[in-house]
Design a protein around this ligand. Sequence first.
Ligand SMILES: *[C@@H]1O[C@H](CO)[C@@H](O)[C@H](O)[C@H]1NC(C)=O
Ligand SMILES: *[C@@H]1O[C@H](CO)[C@@H](O)[C@H](O)[C@H]1NC(C)=O
Length: 227
Amino acid sequence: MGYKMCVWMLLAMAAVVAGAPAVDSIESPQYTVIHAESDFEIRLYRASTWISTPVEDISFSKATQLGFHKLFQYIQGANVNNSRVQMTTPVLTGIVPSAGPFCSSAFAIRFYVPNKYQDDPPMPLIDSDLTVENWDEKCIAARPFTGFAKDSNVAKEAAALEASLQKTQWANITDNEPKDGEDAYTIAQYSSPFKILGRVNEVWVSFPSSEGCRAAFLQTKAGRVVS
Ligand SMILES: *[C@@H]1O[C@H](CO)[C@@H](O)[C@H](O)[C@H]1NC(C)=O
Ligand SMILES: *[C@@H]1O[C@H](CO)[C@@H](O)[C@H](O)[C@H]1NC(C)=O
């Protein structure tokens, strides 16, 4: 089944399960905005649970498609518990550039586990290549961009985020080069592939620790909770 068909079906399913409008009812990980600039935000994400699958490929788009296809099967009930799971956003593609042979990169495609399953997600089937990831609280810089996320623009968006960060007190986000196998950056996609205008994507870079975020949060108490 094609990626477009999958996402369309998911959105249709979500609408049936939760009642329209589908978009408002789709769950996302919760965070607090610690700091906002015109073109990026620093966010403190709550601890969260994700289902992740690795893909090696030369193409961001291809890898995302392959990974999402596996996640889609899990969502549809191909898990140990035979549980159908509602769609959430965003779908994440973590990128470790050119890690493999022939300039292929290592990608990790991730699905946010719906709130009711956060503490006990349906277990991935053995040999499904899916793993449950438990994230600690995370400090993330996020830069929004519109249009389709694709091979020709994702690295540029990441570079733009890094350039913006360099001019601020948050420059230290990039002090530590990602360790071997760690994502250099992540693309977060919120829109269905059928949406042409007003597509919502973000590029994310994570701080090595959430300490800076937490300290700034406690200092300013300026954060607001976004769900
Ligand atoms: C899935 O099945 C396992 C093993 O039977 C069980 O421990 C777990 O609680 C179940 N999880 C859900 C979400 O049903
Ligand atoms: C990075 O900068 C922030 C904001 O100034 C600060 O709170 C944090 O401690 C710094 N982190 C590191 C690892 O230097």
